[in-house]
Design a protein around this ligand. Structure first.
Ligand SMILES: [Zn+2]
Length: 136
């Protein structure tokens, strides 16, 4: 079961954008930590089970294959200040998202910590075996 936070586990196109994102944030004095990159289907199934068939609160609405993390094209991050993750700093998250969007990454309205690059592909495309290399 893989639930990675390694940038190298992302699609190479997205890994490059992720590194550029970290560098661009740093340039503005914002340190970011990457908290999630690639998640395999088994890991997604386990997370999906939480709050449904397993104890805990619901943390995802995505079944296996229905998260861009399963296709190596999304990552999650959190700003760090004085060594502490700033999960509630909406202002800094917004600024980070703007920085990411300037690099061609796509942010989500209701998931502050998430950025993705899908090259115009949707989840059904990825499930059918399409890859970013064909799209860019
Ligand atoms: Zn995410």
């Amino acid at each position: 079961m893989i639930n990675s936070r390694a940038i190298d586990d992302l699609d190479p196109v997205v890994a490059k954008k992720c590194r550029a994102f970290i560098a661009a944030c740093k340039k503005e004095g914002i340190e970011v930590l990457i908290t999630s990159t690639y998640r395999d289907m088994e890991s997604q199934a386990e997370i999906y089970a939480q709050g449904r068939t397993r104890p805990g609160r619901i943390v995802t609405y995505a079944k296996p294959g229905h998260s861009f993390h399963n296709w190596r094209v999304a990552f999650d991050f959190v700003p760090i200040v004085n060594g502490k993750a700033q999960w509630n700093d909406a202002r800094t998250f917004r600024r980070c998202r703007q920085i990411g969007e300037a690099l061609g990454l796509e942010g989500l309205k209701f998931e502050m910590a998430h950025l993705q690059f899908t090259g115009g592909l949707n989840l059904a495309d990825f499930r059918r075996g399409k890859t970013l290399l064909a799209a860019v």
